[in-house]
Write a protein that binds this ligand. Structure first.
Ligand SMILES: [Cu+2]
Length: 68
């Protein structure tokens, strides 16, 4: 098991509802997902044998936010 930590820039998150939508969507993919609303970032830690960054980006975009 190898944990990867990555910070993504995500556009459109404006409030706690957005943050909860994103962390909820990542619950099954990432061991850790932290939203920084001010910075407009999502920091994820995930096990590369269980998920990849494309799946994580897709889960965020499914919630209606843009990963840039
Ligand atoms: Cu919001």
């Amino acid at each position: 098991m190898r944990m990867i930590k990555e910070t993504l820039r995500v556009e459109g998150m404006s409030c706690n509802h957005c943050a909860n939508a994103v962390t909820g969507a990542l619950k099954d993919l990432a061991a850790e997902a932290t939203v920084d609303l001010k910075a407009g970032t999502v920091t994820v830690a995930y096990d590369e044998s269980r998920a990849n960054i494309e799946q994580i980006k897709a889960a965020i975009e499914e919630q209606g936010y843009d990963v840039i």
